[in-house]
Design a protein. Structure first.
Ligand code: UD1
Ligand code: UDP
Length: 381
């Protein structure tokens, strides 16, 4: 079996690490081969290379070096550069993960190639598309990720799902149940495997923090950061919170440019002494920071899952979540931009009345192994 794995953005790297570790193990037994393609959607050291180093992901066989641009431009550029690579490598399976533009672009190229008469893809070789983290739905078509999720799922052959709601969503959309596999959350594999390294991180010392005496904030959704009014509104809430507890904020590059505009306009920024802005952190340091925090404020998808696994209270600054199990079973509370609700939830946590969660089924650190086993079986069939 030969796989071609496509990655492009920060959460993708974290998700493929355990898959690649399992493939490396099988590779030694001559049972599986793979080729890794980085689209270059994320390219800063802190958004890309650091994860390859920390999680021992090999240097990609190809880096398309796409960079930033509009959604259509980025998706189209990836497609254009990826097609000849798939034709050259002739994998049995193209693997895409998550919901970013690189995910959709990768799946679309594979889907187009296998129905093209002129592609010269050998007719005796079936090209499968596997989507890891399939079935998640926010039901909010203003989110670019929702478009990527829907389209990718409908052209994929193997749909690997993290939680039961994902299976339900796919069945409701008329997808054949034979394509759907509930395998758990691959991101949790990475977390389980990195436990010792996370415990050894020196980030608290470096940032001069004491366990449980701070909150962590991440923010990068266009709905929160691209509109200056929304960003300012949220910052007013953070100003209130940091009067009660220190907030550490590793700033995503999308947010960084918006923040500098906001701070420039404000001329003077008062009363934010207890909000510490830092560069995006590597995986190990970030998870060490989250594990020892009092709570997390976020609009990230992955962070909602990690906090549920770590049983750290999570206040999600979004109107919806495609990961409902983190609310039903985990520690997640959906707050949107509701100032009253956010401040109430913060007080609850500070008074020791936080949500106590459970770890969802199959979030056990064995998802990558399940996925590879299923892929080996389907390719053989
Ligand atoms: C992308 C994904 C989003 C995911 C996030 C993970 C899409 C549509 N969005 O959002 O689902 O949650 O990644 O972090 O695929 N930039 C840099 N350096 C980098 C990368 C980006 O400076 O290494 C800046 C550029 O100005 C760029 C902006 O960040 O225009 C946004 O990057 P982009 O990849 O388009 O979207 P994200 O907001 O990162
Ligand atoms: N993350 C990280 N450093 C940071 C912020 C986040 O390593 O400074 C990790 C986080 O632990 C999670 C992943 O990045 O595994 C989530 O990525 P992001 O929030 O960018 O994307 P999303 O999950 O929302 O698509």
């Amino acid at each position: 079996m030969k796989l071609l794995i496509i990655v492009g953005a920060r959460p993708n790297f974290i998700k493929v690490a355990p898959l690649i570790a399992e493939l490396n193990r099988l590779n030694k037994l001559n049972k599986a081969a793979y080729c890794l393609v980085h689209t270059g959607q994320h390219y800063d050291y802190e958004m890309s290379q650091v994860f390859f180093q920390e999680l021992k992901i090999p240097k990609p066989d190809y880096n398309l070096g796409i960079g930033s641009g509009s959604h259509s431009w980025q998706t189209a550029k990836i497609m254009e550069k990826l097609e000849p690579i798939i034709l050259k490598e002739r994998p049995d399976v193209v693997v895409v993960v998550g919901d970013v533009n690189s995910t959709l672009a990768g799946a679309l190229v594979a889907a187009k190639l296998r129905c093209s008469q002129t592609s010269n893809y050998p007719t005796n070789q079936l090209l499968s598309i596997a989507h890891i983290e399939a079935g998640l739905r926010s039901f909010d078509m203003r989110m670019p990720e929702e478009i990527n999720r829907l389209l990718t799922d409908h052209i994929s052959d193997c749909l690997f799902v993290t939680e039961p709601a994902g299976v339900k969503n796919l069945l409701n959309e008329g997808i054949n149940k034979e394509k759907i596999y509930l395998v758990g959350d691959i991101m949790i594999n990475t977390l389980v495997k990195s436990k010792t390294k996370i415990q050894k991180s020196k980030i608290l010392k470096k940032l001069n923090l004491a366990p449980k005496q701070y909150a962590v904030l991440t923010l990068h959704r266009p709905a929160n950061v691209d509109n200056p009014e929304n960003l300012k509104y949220l910052f007013d809430i953070f100003t209130e919170i940091q009067k009660k507890i220190k907030i550490v904020f590793p700033v995503h590059p999308r947010t960084k440019s918006q923040l500098s505009k906001m701070f420039k306009q404000a001329k003077q920024v008062n009363n934010l002494n207890n909000l510490q802005l830092v560069e995006p952190l590597g995986y190990i340091d970030f998870l060490a920071l989250v594990s020892q925090s009092k709570f997390v404020l976020t609009d990230s998808g992955g962070v909602q899952e990690e906090t549920t696994f770590l049983k750290i209270p999570c206040l999600t600054l979004r109107e919806n979540t495609e990961r409902p199990i983190t609310i039903e079973k985990g520690t997640n509370v959906l707050c949107g931009k509701d100032r009253k609700k956010i401040l109430k939830e913060v007080n609850k946590i500070l008074n020791g009345r936080e949500e106590k969660g459970q770890i969802p089924k199959l979030w056990d650190g064995k998802t990558a192994e399940r996925i590879i086993k299923i892929l080996c079986q389907t390719v053989k069939d």
